[in-house]
Design a protein around this ligand. Structure first.
Ligand code: PBE
Length: 267
């Protein structure tokens, strides 16, 4: 059948990202849910996944990846989510800001800003598109802040700046989180007087770092669905400041030219 033809063509491989990412955990669950026993989820990274996607797209070849919104890939290519009739991926969610316990007392200025930090998917996407078009994340973030002064002013309104206090934020090298973390870093440094260290780690260490208190916070928790396993594990040891962005989504993504539309369309 044509189903097997796709599997054979793709060597029964779904192109994933870094091991331990919430979406990798979810995709394994989804593959079980839909009985994709022959298929394998390939570990890699956001960068390796998008490189494979671009290569396939330019050759009009099929490919199945683990994707998410907001992501620049939807601005640069014509892509679609495969329908998920069993709702294995859990539908719409938010990105939450998570800080260590005690930050409120130790660094009230940073805490208040992190609590107020909130933007839209289109904001995040515009930073991501600048990055993928060749700008350093620092530059793309600084330009976004410059072009969105009114929004940023509300985040820091009434907050008393500090004198070169140090702050550490963790993030994972997903383009969405590279964008948000650099914007937050820029505001903390330029508007509130902090010296920020951005620590790039994997998902597990990002959560553990905040739980242990090695790290002051992060703006990269996809909840309630994607990172649910991490919230279960560390929820009692962290402070959840709630969403900083609404309207995210994860799922299996394919180029629009592929003639499958649902996860049920292949075996
Ligand atoms: N993501 C992007 C991450 C969160 C941000 C969906 C790739 C994940 O947990 O898989």
């Amino acid at each position: 059948t044509s189903d097997n033809a796709l599997g054979e063509k793709l060597d029964y491989k779904i192109i994933g990202i870094d091991a331990g990412a919430g979406s990798m955990v979810k995709t394994e669950e989804v593959m079980n849910l839909y009985g994709l026993d022959k298929w394998q989820l390939v570990e890699g990274s956001d960068a390796a996944m998008t490189a494979a996607l671009i290569k396939a797209y330019e050759a009009k070849e099929p490919i199945i990846i683990t994707g998410w919104t907001p992501h620049w890939m939807f601005k640069k290519m014509d892509l679609k989510y495969l329908e998920d009739p069993k709702n294995g991926f859990g539908g719409a969610e938010q990105i939450h800001t998570i800080v260590r316990k005690g930050l409120k007392e130790d660094q009230p200025a940073a805490y208040q800003f992190l609590d107020k930090f909130w933007w839209e998917p289109a904001d995040m996407e515009s930073v991501m598109v600048q990055m993928i078009d060749g700008k350093d994340p620092e530059v793309a973030a600084a330009e976004w802040v410059k072009n969105n002064e009114a929004k940023v002013a509300k985040w820091v309104e009434g907050i008393q700046p500090v004198q070169k206090e140090k702050l550490t934020l963790a993030y994972v090298a997903w383009d969405s989180e590279i964008a948000s973390s650099h914007v937050v870093e820029h505001v903390l440094e330029q508007k509130l007087g902090y010296e920020v260290e951005l620590s790039q780690v994997q998902t597990g260490p990002m959560w553990a770092g905040v739980a242990i208190g090695d790290v002051d916070g992060m703006v990269a928790a996809w909840l309630p669905s994607t990172d649910t396993s991490y919230l279960k594990k560390f929820g009692g040891q962290i402070e959840d400041l709630g969403p900083n962005l609404d309207g995210t989504k994860i799922g299996l993504v394919v180029p629009s030219y592929m003639n499958i539309s649902s996860i049920e369309d292949f075996q």
